[in-house]
Design a protein. Sequence first.
Length: 78
Amino acid sequence: MQIERLYWREEVIEKLLTKHGVTRDEVEEVVNGRNEVRKCGKDRYLLFGQTDAGRYLLVVLVKDKDECSLYIPISARE
């Protein structure tokens, strides 16, 4: 799966850090690194991968309706 760009919403960045203890950088490491992808619904994807520090994360992305290479992170957790 080709993910060229992520669109970050500030409220999601804050939620990931406060609720799940996951940083934006960690999500990007999983997205850009080796990961396993599962399609979950029409435009939703689950990525399972490991951060550079060795932490395993599940990242949830939604594909943008207008730009096929743009994805919106909506959640991430261990």
